[in-house]
Design a protein around this ligand. Structure first.
Ligand SMILES: [Zn+2]
Length: 113
């Protein structure tokens, strides 16, 4: 049920945005999920079906964008290719995740009066 809680949190954010802009309805929600976030797009979509009922997002489309994992050196900041040893070829420091571990609200399209 991780995805359900996540979707609920995203919907809360969307609701706040919509209220702040006095929107009448939400048309589209774009969610970006990192490849290493551990979130299943399918489960997120099913959660959306449940969570949106009776909300301003009832008629909204959910769009999911995958964000590939990218790594950088924790020492010098150079990009480190994924798939191999996650270590910098230059200075030998371990790589850290630069993108692909997160879930973000990408974009919201609102109907504003
Ligand atoms: Zn380095």
């Amino acid at each position: 049920m991780h995805e359900y809680a996540l979707m609920q949190a995203l919907m809360d954010r969307v609701g706040e945005e919509a209220a702040a802009r006095r929107a009448l309805a939400v048309h589209r929600i774009v969610v970006r999920i990192g490849d290493l976030s551990g979130v299943e797009a399918d489960l997120l979509e099913s959660a959306f079906e449940i969570v949106r009922a009776g909300t301003m997002c009832e008629g909204a489309a959910l769009e999911i964008e995958r964000v590939p994992a990218t790594w950088v050196c924790s020492g010098c900041g150079q990009p480190v290719p994924s798939g191999g040893r996650l270590q910098c070829g230059g200075c030998g420091f371990p790589a850290r995740l630069a993108a692909g571990g997160e879930i973000l609200l990408g974009r919201i399209e609102l109907e504003v009066p």
